[in-house]
Write a protein that binds this ligand. Structure first.
Ligand code: SAM
Length: 355
């Protein structure tokens, strides 16, 4: 195991993977905001909205997986780059049987494990509580072969989820390939890899719209500043500094989507979905309306037009008073920030030839 990691580390250093330490340090230092602080945040509604998108994506692919299985069959999930465990309740609600949580930031993994234990305790007290087993470890998914860290290296997974984190691996080809192999190699044929990542096309579109020599753009809640040649963007290492109000402040990399598709194929992953958040919202709102209302305290949803020129059926009146915006509305700045992202899903094929 140690040798494998040393080899991977050596590869990483050779490819100039200097940013993973910066990213790990940033997330380790990030304090978990209390409920009071979260309610005051400028991105309060955006966080709820992003959480809803993740729930929709998880529910969509868990439903497809359950459809292939018999009642009582085990459901095993890998939450790659799990952070502080923001999706634990989603896994609980999806009635999974086993969860593997890993992240580069040790402090986050510890918090995630504590949250899991709270969920377990609550389930034990309740008559109808659902219990699932879980394992936790901190490591760099772009460098280390995760399977060697699992309690059972022959484990077969049904779903791998990587939320708001996969783009960190596009620092180099070696890192991207390692991360995709980690996502793919223990997936059962028919299983899914799902992710939410920044949409590189949208980012470049906004950069161009900011002016011919612009190197940065953003608004009150987010900012992107490029640190690479934007005229001839590299396939890997297209680095920018991403700032999201009070949550993120670290280097990220553009994900060249055609390259991601090719790398996925090498590992038997076939692209089955690529949708921008705006499109995914429109598509899944009919099934997810009630959940959206529960998750964000929404009062009603109406058609609303924002300056992107397109008509979005949009989150309109949220309950509660928020600073500097009409009573309870997802602000335009938040909408601009959340529409930087896309959802994608890959299906594991029997072999890489099929994909
Ligand atoms: N997935 C969680 C969620 O949706 O709440 C956390 C998302 S947070 C924006 C990004 C996470 O990716 C951080 O917890 C960070 O530590 C993790 N991360 C970044 N690079 C990583 C790497 N190379 N290996 C493992 N985790 C990484």
């Amino acid at each position: 195991e140690a040798d494998a990691e040393a080899d991977a580390d050596a590869d990483g250093e050779a490819s100039g993977a200097a940013n993973t330490h910066v990213v790990a340090h940033h997330y380790n230092e990030l304090k978990e905001a209390g409920l009071k602080e979260r309610n005051k945040s400028k991105i309060f509604f955006m966080r709820n909205f992003n959480n809803w998108i993740k729930s929709q994506l998880i529910n969509e692919y868990m439903a497809l997986i359950k459809h292939q299985k018999r009642v009582g069959d085990a459901l095993r999930v890998l939450d790659m780059c799990c952070g502080k465990g923001g999706d634990l309740l989603k896994w609980d609600k999806a009635f999974i049987s086993h969860l593997i949580c890993t992240d580069i930031a040790e402090v986050s993994v510890e918090q995630c494990q504590r949250r899991y234990q709270d969920i377990l305790q609550r389930a034990e007290k309740s008559k109808f509580g659902h219990k699932f087993t879980a394992e936790f470890f901190a490591c760099d998914s772009t460098m280390v072969r995760l399977r060697e860290r699992y309690k059972d290296a022959s484990l077969q997974l049904n779903l791998v989820s990587c939320q708001f984190a996969f783009h960190y691996c596009f620092e180099s080809l070696q890192q991207a390939d390692c991360m995709i192999r980690n996502a793919a190699e223990c997936l059962q044929p028919g299983g899914y890899f799902i992710a939410t990542i920044p949409d590189a096309y949208e980012i470049i579109r906004r950069l161009k719209a900011a002016g011919p020599n612009a190197r940065s753009f953003g608004n009150d809640v987010y900012n992107i500043e490029f640190e690479c040649d934007t005229e001839t963007l590299p396939l890997f290492g297209a680095k920018y500094q991403f700032h999201l109000e009070g949550v993120v402040d670290c280097p990220e990399f553009l994900v060249h989507f055609p390259t991601l598709i090719k790398l996925g194929r090498r590992h038997g992953l076939q692209l089955v979905r690529r949708s921008t958040f705006a499109d995914y919202f429109k598509e899944t709102l009919p099934q997810g309306r009630q959940l959206l209302q529960r998750m964000s305290g929404l009062e009603s949803i109406q058609a609303h037009r924002y300056s992107t020129g397109e008509q979005f059926e949009h989150v309109r009146r949220l309950l509660g008073t928020q600073r500097g915006r009409p009573l309870g509305t997802l602000s335009k700045n938040e909408w601009e920030a959340t529409t930087l992202y896309l959802v994608c899903a890959f299906k594991k094929c029997k072999n890489s030839w099929d994909s």
